[in-house]
Design a protein around this ligand. Structure first.
Ligand SMILES: Nc1ncnc2c1ncn2[C@@H]1O[C@H](COP(=O)(O)OP(=O)(O)OP(=O)(O)O)[C@@H](O)[C@H]1O
Length: 990
């Protein structure tokens, strides 16, 4: 196989930004990717990237991808260049959508169907000079195993209950091999020969349906494997010498064999388990997907780094099956286009940035496209000569009869024309013949006619079925004879017909005349009969007219008599009408008054309602303002924290750069090894650890911020949807959670939406800045983790030193951890004590409430006390009961109050009872003995005091401050309420 090599050509990268999808819109996501107008350039936050093409979201229309990026590869395939189209991007970014590998209905806007169309159109155009053979294969890499998507048998067997692969007994898995000339092949994969577009489309559809997909939080139909659809085109092209001027003299120079492969790759998307919500099988798949993509990233990094490339650094193709299979496409002999797919949503900013960085790096990869051509000269030449010899011989044999053939053709044409003419005439005769049959032409004429027509028909038939010599016999003479006979026959027929018509008309005339004679008698009789009838009717008419005149006359007379009566009646009728009108007016007025009343009530109600609503809105507005304020403060705090963390991280990263520089200075021999080195190593290690901790901190802040943003977005989306909720199932499912939103008035809703959007904007900015720091830092961490971190250590001494330092640090950290553990345990114990205290104080509060009620009732009863004397007596009694000192002054003596000792629920209690005038006992409540004693001991003075016509029980607490009992209870309530959040916080902490 001879190969033609093109100059180095770099991997072309096209960026495809899909529009926001429904799911993202519902979450209230905003676009965070902007395209520079007229340039293939995009910005995400402070980052800017340039590609070969940018499609969607303000860039070129997506429909141009095929023409601008893929069609040149299809053309190259016909020249023998291998090609690869690679769709790369995070999960849900639109790779499958763009490629069309998930498309069962062969949608023509996707890339693979367009490739197939272009391929077959070109084959159709070239097929007269080239022989084509097409093969397709379709494989997927699922969990580091290559599966054949076109091998129905093995797929059927491998399918397990969860729809994913297992090993097939007896069938060896597909192996990746490298041929002697370095090409990568798949041993054991099915290669289906196709000759039509439909067959190829069927292969694509069939394989797409067999591909492993599953649902994740980020994509309902997420591809769980990397899929490669490969089209192999083989051509055998005839070569002709350039000097030949015309076709016949063109000299055959042999044939050229050209082959090319086009790989159409739809990668599975990178994913974060946290966001996809994957677990179990999906998580496993995700891990494998990310591993494959990481390996691809490493290959791209190795190839994209110019320095490494020049040094001929190792490219880790063998780290995964994916990179092994794409070896030709990345840095190999293929023409490659990478289509980097991203989502424009701010929620995906971090992932999109990663994709953009990788894609940007891929632009630096240099490929060396090679055309695969071969001249199969000798054997083919021989065969061609043989063919030519045979063709010549055929020509020599077939050349003589060509004149004869021409004459024969002319004859056939002439005969066909004659035949047509005769057929037309025959048709005319046949129709006339039918007419003759109907007019009952006499037998003789019929006989003549039939004989003639039969003769003619026979003639025609003979001419119809005649072969060539027979056809020659029908010459001009025969046709003249036929014409004369036809004219004769026509004339005879016409005559007969006219005779017959004449006879018939005569007959008709005779018949009519005889009828007229018969009818003539009857008409006279009928005339007489009807004349009589008319006379009778005229007479009757006259009689009826006379009767009518008489009756009219009588009516006129009667009318003249009734005139007086009529007048009175008219007056009455008028009065009645007036009355009726009055009544109706009254009714109307009543109705209107009623309507007015109803309207007024309705309006008043409405007004009330509006006022109520206004108040409610005002209240809501205040509440919302408070909420907005609170949330803004939280957001501000979070943003500040995030900014601080990001800033610290940035400082650390800068410091690390400096320390690396320091180390490398030492490594270059500028500094003396020894103490300085040791210290700088320790400093370096501290910084490394601190960077790790800060990356962790920023990541945690980032996640928190994202959660906060997600909550805001959810609320915003719901607020926007609220109006669309019909009172049905959706409202019932959301009501409990979002009743507050559902009952919001429009004004409040608008205010809330704008405040949410404001906050989202702030949050989006913070997220973007964190994402940009994080991607850089995490990527560096990954690289360092892989190999580079420990490159700082130059000797065993350094390594030991660092190890010792690390050991000390770990030991110290563990000791601190242990101390923290002990502290935590103490805290827990304190907390449980607090909880008990809380419970006790809650019980006390309840008890005090009951007491307050009892005392208040007692005070009310005391109001009815008749004399001061009785009051003081009664108070003395009360004081005795309470075993506390009492002031005798101004105390009421509620003779009706009685304390009686008793036991309730195992504790001593005093029942306070009111005895009314009829000596009826009315229970008022209970005071625990303990409480009474406590009050008695603590209180220095009890007194009843009259103020504002109300008796209130007061006592002095130990610090001599006078307290109302209700105030005292309130005070203890507040104490409990104050201690509650602290206790709750402690519980949460534990
Ligand atoms: N250009 C686009 N226009 C409209 N919708 C799109 C576009 N690209 C993708 N989508 C929609 O986005 C969703 C995700 O697309 P797709 O399945 O192609 O993503 P993917 O990158 O292949 O994901 P995965 O890696 O998980 O398989 C689908 O619902 C798809 O219809």
């Amino acid at each position: 196989m001879e190969t033609t090599t093109l100059e180095n050509c770099s991997v072309k990268v096209a960026l495809h930004i899909r529009p926001l999808i429904d799911n993202e819109r519902q979450q209230g996501c905003r676009e965070c990717v902007s395209v520079t107008p007229g340039k293939p350039q995009v910005q995400v936050g402070s980052h800017s990237f340039t590609f070969d093409h940018v499609y969607g979201n303000g860039g070129s229309p997506s429909a141009n991808i095929f023409e601008e990026c893929v069609a040149p590869l299809v053309d190259g395939l016909f020249q023998g260049y291998n090609a690869t189209v690679l769709a790369y991007g995070q999960t849900g970014s639109g790779k499958t959508y763009t490629m069309g590998t998930g498309c069962s209905d062969n949608c023509q806007t996707k890339l693979i169907p367009q490739v197939m169309n272009a391929l077959f159109n070109k084959i159709e155009a070239l097929k007269h000079q080239t022989e084509f053979q097409l093969h397709v294969s379709f494989i997927e890499i699922l969990k580091e195993e290559v599966r054949d998507l076109l091998d129905t048998e093995s797929l059927g067997k491998t399918e397990t209950s969860n729809g994913h692969s297992g090993k097939v007994p007896g069938r060896s898995p597909i192996q990746i091999r490298e041929t002697s000339n370095g090409a990568i092949t798949l041993a054991g994969s099915t290669e289906v020969a196709v000759s039509t577009l439909q067959e190829m489309a069927a292969c694509l559809e069939h394989g797409s349906l067999s591909r492993a997909t599953g649902s994740t939080n980020m994509n309902k139909q997420s591809s769980r494997s990397h899929a490669i659809f490969t089209i192999t085109l083989e051509q055998m092209r005839k070569l002709h010498s350039i000097s030949s001027s015309n076709y016949t003299s063109e000299e055959d120079m042999g044939e050229e064999y050209i082959s090319g492969k086009l790989h159409l790759v739809d990668l599975a998307g990178s994913e974060r388990a946290k966001r996809t919500g994957s677990d179990g099988l999906r998580l496993q798949e995700g891990i494998h997907i990310n591993k494959g993509l990481l390996a691809l990233g490493n290959v791209i990094s190795a190839l994209g780094d110019e320095k490494k490339r020049k040094e001929g650094a190792h490219v880790p193709y063998r780290d995964s099956k994916l990179t092994r299979l794409l070896q030709d496409s990345l840095g190999g002999n293929s023409k490659t286009v990478m289509i980097a797919c991203i989502s424009p949503a701010d929620i995906n900013a971090e992932e999109s940035l990663n994709t953009l960085k990788y894609a940007n790096r891929a632009r630096n990869i240099q490929n060396k496209p090679v055309a695969n051509r071969d001249f199969i000269s000798n054997e083919m030449q021989q065969m061609r000569q043989q063919l030519k010899y045979l063709q010549d011989e055929l020509c020599a044999r077939g050349g003589a009869p060509s004149d004869e053939l021409r004459v024969l053709r002319q004859r056939i044409a002439w005969l066909e024309a004659t035949n047509e003419d005769l057929c037309r005439k025959l048709h005319e005769y046949r129709s006339r013949c039918a007419f003759v049959g109907r007019s009952e032409i006499d037998e003789l004429d019929g006989h003549i006619y039939h004989e003639k027509t039969d003769g003619l028909e026979r003639q025609l038939q003979s001419s119809d079925s005649s072969d060539l010599p027979m056809a020659e016999s029908i010459s001009g003479e025969d046709s003249r004879e036929t014409g004369e006979a036809a004219k004769e026959l026509e004339h005879v027929l016409l005559q007969n017909r006219m005779d017959k018509e004449m006879n018939e008309l005569n007959k008709c005339l005779e018949q009519k005349e005889s009828e007229m004679n018969l009818i003539g008698v009857d008409i006279e009789a009928l005339k007489q009969h009807f004349g009589k009838k008319i006379m009778e009717l005229e007479e009757e008419k006259r009689t009826v007219q006379k009767e009518r005149d008489c009756l009219l006359h009588e009516v006129e007379k009667l009318a003249a008599n009734c005139d007086g009566v009529q007048k009175t009646q008219d007056v009455r009728v008028q009065k009645l009408k007036a009355l009726e009108a009055q009544v109706q007016l009254q009714h109307k007025m009543k109705r209107e008054a009623e309507q007015f009343r109803q309207w007024k009530t309705y309006r008043e109600k409405e007004l009330l309602q509006l006022k109520k609503e206004g108040r409610r809105n005002e209240y809501e507005m205040h509440k919302l303002e408070a909420l907005n304020q609170r949330q803004k403060m939280v957001l501000q705090r979070k943003t500040e924290e995030a900014t601080m963390a990001t800033k610290r991280l940035k400082e650390l990263l800068d410091a690390r750069k400096y320390s690396l520089h320091e180390n490398s200075v030492y490594a270059n021999g500028h500094l003396q090894p020894g103490k300085v080195n040791e210290k700088s190593l320790h400093r370096w290690l501290d910084q490394e650890l601190e960077v790790m901790v800060h990356v962790h901190e920023v990541r945690a802040e980032f996640d928190k911020q994202k959660q906060f943003q997600a909550a805001l977005e959810e609320e915003l989306a719901l607020l926007k949807q609220v109006d669309q909720f019909s009172y049905g199932q959706s409202i019932s499912t959301h009501r409990s959670r979002y009743s507050r939103l559902l009952s919001m008035s429009p004004g409040v809703k608008v205010a809330r939406i704008s405040s949410l959007e404001n906050m989202l904007g702030m949050s989006s900015v913070a997220l973007k800045s964190m994402a940009s720091q994080l991607t850089g830092a995490e990527e560096r961490e990954r690289t360092l983790n892989n190999r580079e971190r420990w490159n700082q250590l130059r000797s065993m001494g350094d390594a030991k030193n660092v190890l010792q330092y690390l050991f000390n640090a770990t030991a110290e950290t563990r000791c601190q951890l242990w101390e923290k553990h002990v502290e935590l345990k103490d805290l827990k114990e304190q907390l449980s004590e607090l909880v008990t205290l809380l419970q006790q104080s809650e019980a006390q509060r309840k008890e005090l409430m009951t007491e307050q009620k009892t005392c208040e009732q007692a005070a009310i009863v005391a109001l009815n006390t008749p004399t001061e004397l009785e009051k003081s007596r009664s108070l003395k009694h009360l004081a005795d009961e309470m075993s506390g000192p009492l002031s005798p002054m101004s105390l009421p003596a509620p003779k009706q109050l009685k304390f009686s000792p008793g036991v309730v629920n195992g504790s001593a209690r005093e029942s306070l009872t009111f005895v009314d005038d009829a000596q009826k006992m009315i229970p008022l409540g209970e005071l625990s003995s303990k409480r009474l004693v406590a009050i008695g001991q603590a209180g220095k003075l009890w007194r009843w005091k009259r103020s504002h016509h109300q008796w209130l029980l007061q006592f002095k607490w130990k610090w001599q401050k006078p307290w109302k009992l209700s105030e005292w209870i309130k005070h203890s309530d507040e104490t409990i309420m104050r201690s509650r959040p602290r206790a709750q916080a402690s519980i949460n902490m534990i």
